[in-house]
Write a protein that binds this ligand. Structure first.
Ligand code: PMP
Length: 405
C-alpha cells in the first residue's frame, strides 16, 4: 500500500506490545491506564440513557451539531464553573469524542511538519504519537514532583519558539505530578509574554485523595492578563464516569474553536448524540458529586495500599512520591542491593512472576530515563495490589528473563 509518509513518524506503541502478554492467566496487571469498570455508576447511567431516549429521542438518535449537544455544553460549562472556571460559556467549548479527539484536533489545526512542540518528560504516550503524526518535533521539558520546571520551560520557549506547549498539570499521566500554584501562574505568564499556546490536558484533576489540587490553568487564567488568549483546555468524563461514553471537551479561544469544529466536521461529524444526551441527563440528575466522592475514596485506598506495599516489599530499591490523586505511581529503580535498575528488564522479570506494569521509557519523547516505571493502582483491589507488589519484590532479584527472539 502506498501509505502516507507521515506514518513514518510513528510506531506501534511499546505498551500495546506489552498488553499482548497480559492475557496470560493469573497475571495481576498494574499496566492499564484506565479506571476500574467495577466502579462505573451503572444504575445512574441506565437512568440517564433511558431518560435520554424517552424524553428526547429525536436529539439522542438523530444527527446533531458538530459543536455538541447544547444541553450537554451547558452542563459541562456548569461542571467547570463548580471547579473555579466560572467564565466558560457553553459556546466557549465544543464536545469531542474523548479528550483524545481534542488533542488530535489541536494537532490538526496548529501543527505543521517541523514545528516544535514542548511536552513534559515524561508525558502521555498517545499525545507524543498524535503530535508526531502531524510532523511535530517534540522537545522535552523536565519535571519534578511540582510539575514542569518553569525556569527550564522558559529557556526552552526562548530557544525553540514552539508552536505550543502541552502540559498535564494535575496528576499527570504517567508522572502523577501536580504543578504547584506558583508554577501555574508562571506558566500562564509565559503563555502571555511569549504568545505561545499552552494546552492544559486535565482528565485527572477531579481524582484527588485528600486536599483538592490547585485550580486548573483555565480557572486561574483570569488572574493573568492576556493568558486566556493562548490557553487551550481539554476535559474528559472518561476517568470519573466512563471512558466508553467517549465524552470529552475542548475549551479554546474562539478562532481556534471554530477551526477545530471545522476539522471535526470532516472527521466524525459530531460526537455520538446518544452518548451526549446520556451524559447531559447524568449531569443534570446531580449524581456526579456522589460518584466523584466514591471513586476518590476507592482510589485513595488503593493508592495508599500500593505505596505502603512498595515501601515494604521493595524498600530502598525503589523511589517514588506518594500520589495525591490520579491513577498512577511513577517510580524509579535505584539499583540498591543489586536489584535490577532498568524498567524494561524489570517488566520482563515481573511478567515471569505474574505481575505487569509499564516501563517508563516510552513516555519520554527524548532522553528517556530507563530506570522509571508506571504502576496503576486503579484496577486491582487492595488484596491484589499487595499480592502484585509482593511479586514485584520477588521479580527484583529474579534471574534475568530469556531475551525474546
Ligand atoms: N489525556 C491523558 C493525559 C490521558 O491519560 C488520557 C487517557 N488515558 C486521555 C487524554 C484521553 O482520554 P479520553 O479520550 O478517554 O478522554
Amino acid at each position: 500500500m502506498p501509505f502516507a509518509k507521515r506514518l513514518d513518524q510513528v510506531e506501534t506503541s511499546a505498551i500495546r506490545e506489552l498488553f499482548k502478554l497480559l492475557g496470560k492467566p493469573g497475571i495481576i496487571s498494574f499496566a492499564g491506564g484506565f479506571p476500574d469498570s467495577a466502579m462505573f455508576d451503572v444504575e445512574g447511567l441506565c437512568q440517564a440513557s433511558e431518560a435520554a431516549l424517552r424524553h428526547e429521542p429525536g436529539a439522542a438518535l438523530q444527527y446533531g451539531a458538530t459543536e455538541g449537544y447544547q444541553p450537554l455544553r451547558e452542563q459541562l460549562a456548569r461542571f467547570m464553573a463548580h471547579k473555579g472556571a466560572q467564565d466558560v460559556a457553553p459556546e466557549g467549548l465544543i464536545v469531542t469524542t474523548g479528550s483524545q479527539q481534542a488533542l488530535d484536533l489541536i494537532g490538526k489545526t496548529l501543527i505543521d511538519p517541523g514545528d516544535k512542540v514542548i511536552v513534559e518528560g515524561p508525558t502521555f504516550l498517545a499525545t507524543i504519537q498524535c503530535f508526531r503524526l502531524y510532523g511535530a518535533e517534540l522537545v522535552s521539558a523536565p519535571i519534578d514532583a511540582d510539575g514542569v520546571q518553569v525556569d527550564r520551560l522558559e529557556q526552552l520557549i526562548q530557544q525553540h519558539r514552539p508552536k505550543l506547549v502541552y502540559l498535564i498539570p494535575t496528576f499527570g499521566n504517567p508522572s502523577g505530578a501536580t504543578l504547584s500554584l506558583a508554577r501555574r501562574r508562571r506558566v500562564l505568564e509565559l503563555a502571555a509574554r511569549y504568545q505561545t499556546v499552552v494546552v492544559e490536558d486535565d482528565p485527572y484533576g477531579d481524582l484527588y485523595f485528600g486536599e483538592a489540587p490547585p485550580p486548573s490553568l483555565l480557572a486561574l487564567s483570569h488572574e493573568v492578563p492576556g493568558s486566556r488568549d493562548w490557553l487551550v483546555h481539554c476535559g474528559s468524563l472518561s476517568k470519573v464516569l466512563a471512558p466508553g461514553l467517549r465524552v470529552g471537551w475542548l475549551v479554546a479561544p474562539p478562532e481556534l474553536l471554530a477551526r477545530a469544529t471545522m476539522c471535526k466536521q470532516f472527521s466524525d461529524a459530531h460526537t455520538s448524540t446518544f452518548a451526549q444526551a446520556t451524559a447531559a441527563q447524568y449531569l443534570q440528575a446531580g449524581r456526579m458529586p456522589a460518584t466523584l466522592a466514591h471513586v476518590r475514596a476507592v482510589y485513595a485506598e488503593r493508592a495508599r495500599a500500593m505505596g505502603d506495599a512498595l515501601r515494604g516489599e521493595l524498600g530502598a530499591a525503589i523511589d517514588f512520591v506518594q500520589p495525591r490523586g490520579g491513577l498512577f505511581v511513577w517510580a524509579r529503580l535505584t539499583g540498591a542491593d543489586g536489584g535490577v535498575a532498568d524498567g524494561r528488564e524489570f517488566a520482563r522479570r515481573a511478567i515471569g512472576q505474574g505481575v505487569a506494569f509499564v516501563p517508563g521509557t516510552p513516555f519520554f519523547c527524548a532522553e528517556p530515563d530507563h530506570a522509571t516505571l508506571r504502576l496503576s493502582f486503579a484496577t486491582a483491589d487492595v488484596d491484589r495490589i499487595r499480592e502484585g507488589v509482593a511479586r514485584l519484590g520477588r521479580a527484583l532479584h529474579a534471574a534475568p528473563a530469556l531475551q525474546e527472539a
